[in-house]
Design a protein around this ligand. Structure first.
Ligand code: PEP
Ligand code: MG
Length: 849
């Protein structure tokens, strides 16, 4: 068997050819042969044979050439396991020599025969004899004289006549293609596309169907759907020899085979061939279970099928094609779903930079929130709001954003920051808002005094200059890049419906505002897994009251500020509950360090002093008092709840009153209250006691009953380790992997962006751990927390709500660890639904095996 596989094999219906030994092209050609399509004779060379050729051992060339007769004319094409891994370019017209030239002049005309011979000599000289392409400069390159000059130039350079023996020619071509594949550059390129280091190359040697002759002749490709939309549309390319030009051309870059007012179409020139091609391509779709492009030639009206390739496709086309194949009963729904890369769903939800149009990239950063948008640069929230008021699209460019920038972000088309990582403020908010965002673009420098940004190449951009932010790829592009529209069409909806039928882990959304909640529902999130209540206080009207509360020296003053905040919070929650219509809503009690609510600029401090009617020096002193060396590890989360319990009391009351208001006929809403940044059991006991007291008070004053669940956010390593003693006090544990990653690595989530790229490039981390869950380290804490928690309490609900929650890899991890749901930003919900379904289907298929 090994011996047989290493010999070249004629492709017949029963030949021993597999994708793993001979590559995808060889296997596909065998399928076309089995379908009885008019495929020219083809011989396949296995990976093993090609590898030996590269090392200098040729196969039996006589046997290889035998199927092609005494005067062969051949083409050689690469056949790697995956077409995306590339390979050397095809070499055509191998076997062309003086004798065949005479014969061809007769069959297809002198002009065409001369062109064929001349092109082959040139290609052979450059790719096989490795001569300098410049050697043909200045030659006539036309007609008899051109051919004579090209052959003479070859002889002069190599000091040998152009080889006439097809065996010598073919050996040279095979050797050069085999060696090109083994070269370092080619290897690195394909490895970058996911090929293993030892990926093999197969080759196919095929009789040329020239597409040249005296009747209607030509060559082209045809496909039955659009590569862009996936909708039925016959497109392709056909170069007619009789017309001496492309037979058809419509506006734009698409070239159609259907009727064209400006000239005869393939349908006019060769109606039978056209009909046959459509029929063959349809048959291929059914038999190969894939939307294919047919590569063909027509010789005197007769069709030859040279190859079939899976059509290139955009993400939206991929979805439509997969759904149509399933709806036509060609593939099962499960397979249709498995064919879609979950991250492609992201492309469906956002506008994207058109990858086919050249663009000028002026800075790189971290792809923090997908999609692309164009706008004019502004450097402050106020400028962004002013631009929005004028109806202008703007890009908010900041060193990093703070809560005060929220309104500016709302007013912007996209956001760009010099600092920050994947879980920085800008990144988290942009993902929630669905704004394209690039953070940590540290090769640019923002100068806020001059309102300029200097790019790595020294280019200085100022306010009003136009850029496009590509948040999917982490790029800043000069000017207005052409964008492709988002597309959530019927095919996408159908696919997502199938995904929901198949998955076995729930998907919720992180949503802080009614707008987020609405998007979450529109994307079919099964509830809110994290409502960050601090984001509700950044509205200017509320910020001032919040600041009054923080500044209050007396408890009575603080209470009066909280009394003002209570109805605002209650109204927020009522709206969230109404939008989520009975789906669970998990509300996290206030988390950030209080100083985040305080102004940072001189102007901001002055206006706060005005609003509070206090001397500027007082306000400045209080702000200084509240500053912390490391606020992320300072007075935040539950520590705030323990030291200023009135805040959590107010929030608990707002939640309970909202429950009663949103479900007056009885408690259809069961809110979940989550305590952030816990590290000790006692913290939970203390907060729990106060929340229970508030619940009792609300029940007494209203005379109504309601239920709620209290849970803990596991964000510190200690909470994960001590989950066994925390769980008895908590109905659920939700892993906040942003902070947990920060604390496990001892790596600030806001500063990591500065050096993350270097770390990843040097292989210290395989990926940014804030982006891709670190399954080994942080993951171990998740497993320990889950196990110890569940051991202590069987009905404990487990989930993840850090930014990792939407990644297919983390979903796989959480599913395997027995989690109940994942929660991610609303725009990532579809990706999560699809990824979860794929995992369930793969498991089922594995079990069935
Ligand atoms: C987390 O830490 O994972 C989390 C979800 O909370 P935040 O990002 O608000 O700190
Ligand atoms: Mg956190």
């Amino acid at each position: 068997m090994q011996q047989k596989l290493s010999q070249p094999q004629l492709i017949t219906p029963t030949a021993d050819i597999t994708t793993a030994t001979h590559g995808g092209r060889a296997k596909c050609l065998q399928r076309l042969v089995r379908m009885d399509l008019p495929v020219p004779r083809t011989v396949a060379l296995s990976f093993d044979t090609v590898h030996k050729i590269a090392a200098g051992t040729m196969p039996d060339m006589k046997a290889l050439l035998e199927p092609f007769g005494p005067q062969p004319l051949l083409c050689v094409r690469p056949s790697s396991e995956d077409p995306d891994w590339g390979g050397p370019g095809a070499v055509l017209n191998v076997g062309m020599n003086d004798a065949l030239y005479v014969d061809l002049c007769d069959r297809i005309g002198t002009e065409a025969a001369t062109a064929v011979y001349m092109r082959f000599v040139q290609g052979y000289a450059i790719h096989v004899a490795r001569l300098d392409p410049d050697m043909f400069d200045g030659l006539v390159l036309e007609g008899h004289e051109g051919l004579r000059q090209v052959l003479a130039a070859y002889e002069e350079e190599t000091e040998e006549p152009f080889p006439q023996d097809p065996e010598v020619q073919l050996s040279g071509v095979l050797r050069s293609m085999a060696r090109a594949w083994e070269g370092t550059t080619a290897r690195l390129l394909r490895q970058a596309k996911g090929a293993p280091a030892d990926a093999g190359l197969g080759l196919v040697v095929q009789a040329m169907a020239l597409g040249l002759g005296k009747g209607e002749c030509g060559s082209g490709v045809i496909q039955l759907v659009s590569s862009f939309s996936g909708l039925p549309k016959i497109t392709g390319r056909y170069r007619s020899q009789s017309q001496g030009r492309d037979a058809l051309r419509k506006e734009g870059t698409s070239i159609y085979l259907a009727r064209d007012p400006r000239g005869p179409s393939l349908e006019d020139l060769a109606p039978d061939a056209f009909a046959q091609l459509i029929d063959y391509t349809r048959q291929m779709r059914v038999r190969l279970r894939e939307e294919m492009q047919t590569e063909f030639t027509i010789e005197n009206g007769q069709v030859h099928v040279l190859d079939g390739v899976r059509i290139r496709r955009s993400s939206r086309a991929a979805v439509r094609i997969a759904v149509a194949l399933a709806e036509d009963g060609i593939i099962p729904k499960e397979e249709a779903m498995l064919r879609i890369e979950p991250r492609a769903a992201t492309e469906m939800l956002h506008r994207q930079v058109d990858p086919d149009v050249p663009r000028q990239v002026i800075a790189h950063g971290i792809a923090a929130s997908p999609g692309a948008a164009y706008g004019r640069i502004v450097f402050s929230s106020a400028a962004a709001q002013a631009a929005a008021a004028r109806g202008e699209l703007c890009v908010l460019v900041r060193r990093e954003t703070t809560p005060e920038d929220i309104r500016g972000m709302h007013a912007s088309a996209d956001v760009l920051t010099e600092r920050g990582g994947i879980t920085s403020h800008a990144a988290v908010i942009a993902r929630g808002l669905g704004l394209p965002c690039v953070v940590g673009a540290s090769d640019m420098k923002v100068n806020l005094r001059r309102n300029t940004v200097t790019m790595a190449d020294g280019q200085v951009l100022k306010e009003g200059d136009a850029v496009t932010i590509d948040g999917t790829n982490g790029l800043v592009i000069e000017g207005e890049a052409p964008l492709l529209e988002a597309a959530q069409d019927d095919a996408f909806t159908t696919l997502m419906g199938w995904a929901d039928e198949m998955r076995d882990i729930s998907v919720r959304a992180n949503a802080d505002t009614p707008a987020d909640a609405q998007i979450a529902r529109d994307f079919n999130a099964e509830g809110i897994g994290l409502c960050r209540t601090e984001h509700m206080f950044f509205d200017p009207g509320r910020l001032t009251v919040m600041r009054e509360m923080i500044f209050a020296a007396e408890e009575a003053d603080r209470k009066s500020a909280l009394d003002q905040l209570l109805p605002m919070q209650r109204a927020d929650f009522v709206e969230l509950f109404r939008i989520m219509k009975g789906h669970p809503v998990c509300i996290r009690l206030l988390d950030p360090p209080l100083h985040e609510f305080l102004p940072a600029t001189r102007d901001g401090i002055r206006s706060l002093a005005e609003a509070l009617d206090r001397p500027l020096s007082d306000v400045t002193r209080r702000i200084e008092e509240m500053a912390e060396y490391n606020p992320m590890l300072g007075l935040r989360g539950v520590r705030l709840g323990i030291t200023m319990p009135e805040i959590y009391d107010m929030q608990a009351r707002a939640i309970f009153e909202a429950v009663l208001e949103a479900s007056p006929e009885g408690a259809s809403v069961v809110p979940e209250i989550m305590i952030p940044l816990v590290s000790a059991k006692r913290e939970v006991e203390l907060v729990k006691g106060r929340v229970e007291a508030v619940a009792a008070a609300v029940r007494t004053t209203t005379g109504k009953d309601f239920k709620y669940r209290l849970g803990v956010m596991v964000e510190t390593p200690r909470a994960a380790l001590r989950a066994g003693e925390i769980a008895p006090h908590a109905a659920f544990l939700s892993f906040g992997t942003n902070d947990l990653t920060q604390m496990t690595y001892g790596l600030s989530r806001d500063d990591a962006g500065r050096f993350m790229q270097t770390y990843v490039h040097q292989g210290v981390f395989p990926e940014d751990p804030f982006h891709m869950l670190d399954a080994e380290g942080v993951g171990e804490l998740l497993k320990i927390g889950a196990e110890r928690g569940r051991d202590a309490r069987k009905d404990l609900v487990l989930s993840i709500c850090g930014e990792h929650g939407g990644n297919p890899e983390s979903i796989a991890f959480c599913r395997a660890a027995g989690f109940d749901y994942v929660s991610c930003s609303p725009f990532r919900v579809p990706v999560a639904r699809l990824a979860a379904a794929q995992l369930a289907v793969r498991d089922r298929l594995k079990a069935a095996d």
